[in-house]
Ligand binder design. Structure first.
Ligand SMILES: [Zn+2]
Length: 423
């Protein structure tokens, strides 16, 4: 059953408002100490209304579907906490504080000294400099790997990628990560996949040889860097626009497919700002151009864009509820993926059409992939967790998340080729 289909379903959802407007206008370095992660029970319709009224003043909340009989997670900035608490008390709602300093996750933020110059690891999150160094090293040390410089950001960073094609395969696979800056588990997972295909090639020879892998671990390097230096929960890129103090565009609302029609904002201060026009952003244009080139002969078998969090493998459409005519074929691939994921560490991921789980939003990459680039298998993967840690996933979950996702990727690409052969 989809979570939109009944009111009795127990839901565990997240509402998140993090005060980006305020922080851009007042403080450069925003400290999340004091943000409280709260769990709220929605026992009556009036409780749902309290959340809905409250969320109008939120800058961000995700996912957006919740119902009576469920629970929601709310992240209250410290200065809003008293107001939020009063609303819940007056509404007769049961709530508890799960984490009194959400966003400051000491487990996650425990980092190794950068000057140690150690080998790449998945025990820790890695800063951009380390990931770039690793990506270049992989290309330099493997003759079947090609370093890609696919574009340059507003802050003049190179967007790096790798082409890995040891078996001269014609089945192209696209994987990108890090479009949303704060989703650190995404670049961590995508670099792990790179590692399996290269440094662990001998153990993965069949799957590595069977495909022509095109991989971009950090599609939004300016944003990723910013989450390390200024604001851990930054989402957008870092391009400055005219006539506003607010910075950045949501790179998953900027694609030229029903751009700005639904679930996106024209307000530059919004975390889901779609940009001044479709494909205005260098990161989106860089990925767009390469994907269109790769699929000019219809040989891009599958495109995966890796995000967090929610634990789901999702198919278009995301901009409307109407189902695509080949949804069943896509669901077969996604089902193979989530089964393989579950078999790794027992973790349950959902699979289905985006709008089965989320309210419609347009200008997203997966819809563009299917609708414009004509990639039959164009998917968004939302990694761990379901909201308890959210974007600040503890570092002891990096490796298991990466491992299970790698199993899911292998199952998905195999299924795609299998279904092609049957035609
Ligand atoms: Zn995302």
């Amino acid at each position: 059953m989809g979570i939109t289909s009944g009111t009795g379903v127990r839901l565990l959802l997240l509402i998140c408002f993090v005060g980006h407007v305020r922080l851009q206008q007042s403080a450069k370095d925003y400290n999340y100490t004091g943000n409280k992660l709260m769990e709220v029970h929605l026992d009556r319709d009036s409780h749902v209304r309290v959340i809905k009224n409250l969320k109008d003043s939120f800058l961000e909340h995700w996912p957006k579907v919740f119902a009576t009989g469920g629970r929601v997670h709310v992240v209250a900035p410290s200065e809003e906490y008293v107001k939020v608490q009063r609303n819940f008390t007056e509404g007769g709602m049961k709530y508890k504080v799960l984490n009194p300093s959400h966003g400051i996750n000491t487990n996650e933020l425990e980092m190794r000294g950068l000057e140690n110059n150690l080998e790449m690891t998945w025990e820790f999150y890695n800063p951009l400099s380390e990931i770039d160094r690793y990506v270049k090293g992989i290309a330099a040390n493997h003759e079947f790997v090609e370093l890609l410089q696919i574009g340059q950001t507003a802050e003049e960073r190179q967007i790096l990628g790798l082409r890995i094609n040891p078996g001269n395969s014609s089945h192209k696979v696209w994987i990108d990560g890090g479009f949303h800056a704060r989703e650190w588990i995404s670049p961590a997972t995508v670099t792990y996949i790179v590692d399996q295909l290269t440094r662990n090639y001998t153990n993965n020879k069949d799957i590595a040889d069977g495909f022509d892998w095109w991989i971009v671990p950090v599609a939004n390097p300016d944003g990723y860097e910013y989450t390390w230096t200024h604001d851990r929960l930054w989402r957008k890129n870092r391009r400055h626009s005219n006539n506003t103090q607010c910075v950045g565009v949501d790179l998953n609302r900027n694609w030229d497919f029903y751009w700005m029609e639904v679930g996106a904002s024209s307000d530059p201060c919004s975390p889901v700002y779609a940009g001044p026009f479709a494909e205005s952003e260098p990161e989106v244009r860089a990925v767009r151009d390469l994907i269109l080139e790769l699929n000019s002969d219809n040989s891009l078998a599958i495109m995966l864009t890796i995000h967090s969090f929610y634990q789901a493998w999702m198919a278009p459409w995301g901009f409307k509820y109407e189902i695509p005519e080949d949804l069943d074929e896509m669901l077969a691939v996604l089902k193979a993926a989530v089964s393989a994921v579950k078999n790794t560490h027992g973790m349950e991921y959902k699979h289905g059409q985006v709008t089965e789980f989320l309210r419609p939003a347009s200008g997203c990459q997966d819809d563009w992939g299917k609708g414009v680039a004509k990639i039959k298998h164009s998917y968004t993967v939302e990694l761990r967790d379901r909201g308890r840690n959210g974007f600040t996933l503890p570092r002891d979950q990096i490796l298991p998340t990466a491992q299970e996702t790698w199993e899911g990727v292998k199952a998905a690409v195999r299924k795609v080729v299998e279904s092609k052969k049957r035609l």
